[in-house]
Write a protein that binds this ligand. Sequence first.
Ligand SMILES: [Zn+2]
Length: 386
Amino acid sequence: MDVAALAEAASAAAAAQKDKDKSEAKVRHADQRTAPADRATATPVADTEAVRHPTALPADQVEVRTLDKGQSLVPPIPRLGPAGQPAPAAPVVEAPAPTPVVPERVQAKAPPSAPAVVTAPVTRPAPPVVRKATRAPRPKPVLAKVTRHEDTHEPTSVEVHKSIHWDYEGPNGPARWGQLNPAWKTCDSGKRQSPIDIRDGIRVDLEPIKFDYVPTYFRILNNGHTVQVSVGPGNTMSVMGRTFDLVQFHFHRPSEERINGRGFDMVAHLVHKDLDGRLAVVAVLIERGDAHPTVQTLWNNLPLEQHHDYAPAVPINVAELLPQAPEYYTYMGSLTTPPCSEDVLWMVMKQPIKLSAEQIAIFQRLYPMNARPVQPDNERLIKASR
Ligand SMILES: [Zn+2]
C-alpha cells in the first residue's frame, strides 16, 4: 500500500470536504452518476473509471450539488425482487407530491471563508417516475432509494463542456493525462497503475468471489469515453472479508488488461465500492463467440446521444455477465482513466465471456479504441487461482 499516496489522498479529501460548499463548479467529464436522493451533501465530481473516490478530488474541482432530503434529480431506478419478479410491497411513486428543492446546482461563488451558500428553496414537482400508470396492473417494483451514487456524477452536457478533455489518443492521450490536470498527476507518478499485463502471479487457492447480484433496472449512458451502465442498490460482491456494492459497469475495446501478453476483444469492468469508499473492480474479459443476451439488452437500449442517460423499462441481471468459472487473478491497481486513483482492488476473471461479432462491432462503432495501455507492474504481487 502506498502510504504517501494515501496520505495525499486523505489530505485532498479533507480539503475537498472543507471547500466543497464554496467551490465554484468546475466540472469534468465523467462516467459518473450524481448524488443520491437522500444525501444533502455537496458531491465531488467524479471521473470515469468509476466511482471516483471522494478523496481524489481537489477543492477547486469540486462541484457543489445540494439537494434536500428526499429530492432526486432524476427518477430513481426501480428494483426488482430477488426472484426476478417485481417486489410487491413497496409503493410506487407515480407522481410525487411537490417537494421543496434547492436549485440543482448551487454554485456558491462565495469568498473562501463564507459558509455554504444555499439559495432559498423553491418548490417544484419532483420528476415523475418513468413507469406509466396506464399499464395493465402488475406488481409494482420497489423504488430504489438511491438513483445515483454519492461519489459519482454524470455531468449534464453543460458540465461536460467545462471539463478538461482527455482522450485515448492524440495530444490529450494517455501519455499526457498526468499533465492535463494537477488532480490527475497520479496517472504519471503512480507506481500501482492499471491496467497491467498479468503474468508471473503466485498460484494459490483464492477464495471464490461471492457475487450476490439480483435483477435490477439500470441506467445506460454513453459518456464520451465508454458505455456505462449504472444499477440500483442491492447488488453486492464479497471477497477477502469485505462486501462491496456494484455501482456501475462499463466496457473497453480492446481489453485493457493482458494475460501473459495476450489481449482480448473487449473487457467489462464491474466497479464496486464498499462503505469505506474502497473500490474493487471485477474485470470480465470478452472474446468473440455466441451473442450475449444481456449485452443485447444493453445495446438495444443505447442512448442516441452522449451524456444523456436513459433508464429503460427492462431489467437486467448483471450475474449473467459473469463467467461460469470462478478462477481469477487479483492485484492492487488504479482507475484506468483520469484521475488514475490508486488503492483499487482488481479481480480479473480468468474465463472470458462471449459476445457475437455483431455485438462487438456495435461497440466498436462507438468506441474503436478506448483502452489505456498497460502500465509497469513495478513488481506488484499478483495472485492467481490455481
Ligand atoms: Zn474500465
